[in-house]
Design a protein around this ligand. Structure first.
Ligand code: FMN
Length: 207
């Protein structure tokens, strides 16, 4: 099949699924979705994320209660919580480990760290957290697309109380905060139609 057609079919298949059936995602399919997140691009290759997969039903329900009671959360097969990293300043051990992977000379690494420092360190904590979150959203989009490509549904959710979800998950909040709630599973009802601005409204060429 034509690859462009196939890709756009997947884009049309994906929708923000509001209710999932009780069908479970096979482990190899879930691993494939997570792998597409792991392979996602990030600024400076810093990978400022962690993917927590909630399969425990009581935990899903506790998260739903602090997320506007959105039924996608308790009915899904696997509930992914995308965590954004906070320890991404140039002095942090995590950053140095990530930047140190490129096999650069001592001089080259010093130069890269200097560039990184100028880009990241001057920002306040909130701005850095948002920088990590932006990248988590790219990984999340890839995971939703990968899932749709094999007929698995999802719903990106920002309607949740991040600090409450952090407590439910028991995460170390000096290192992470929950950036996006992302249930995966199989739709229990037909998708609503797509509503999008027209091509000409969203695309502008400068020729
Ligand atoms: C960052 C982000 C946050 C969203 N938060 C929610 C949410 O909390 N609950 C929900 O049902 N849908 C949520 N959505 C889904 C959007 O409402 C949905 O993608 C949009 O209306 C377009 O519909 P479609 O995805 O079905 O094509 C969110 C989408 C994005 C990208």
């Amino acid at each position: 099949m034509d690859k462009k057609k196939l890709f756009l079919e997947m884009m049309n298949f994906r929708h923000a699924t509001k209710l999932f059936s009780d069908k479970k995602i096979p482990k190899e399919d879930l691993d494939y979705i997570l792998e597409s997140g792991r392979l996602s691009p990030s600024s400076f290759g810093i990978e400022p994320w962690k993917f927590v997969v909630v399969q425990n039903q009581a935990m899903k329900e506790a998260i739903e209660a602090v997320a506007w009671n959105q039924k996608q959360i308790s009915t899904c097969s696997d509930l992914l919580i995308v965590l954004a990293r906070k320890d991404v300043r140039s002095c942090d051990a995590y950053t140095q480990k990530q930047l140190g992977r490129w096999g650069l000379s001592e001089e080259g690494l010093k130069g890269l760290l200097g560039l990184y420092k100028g880009w990241v360190d001057g920002r306040d904590d909130h701005t850095i957290e948002m920088w990590s979150e932006k990248q988590c959203y790219i990984a999340s989009a890839n995971m939703m697309s990968a899932a749709a490509f094999i007929g698995i549904d999802s719903c990106p959710i920002e309607g949740f109380l991040s600090d409450k979800v952090d407590v439910i998950l028991g995460i170390d909040t000096t290192l992470y905060h929950s950036a996006l709630v992302l249930p995966f599973g199989y739709r229990a009802q037909d998708a609503r139609g797509k509503h999008r601005l027209s091509f000409d409204e969203v695309v502008e060429f400068k020729r």
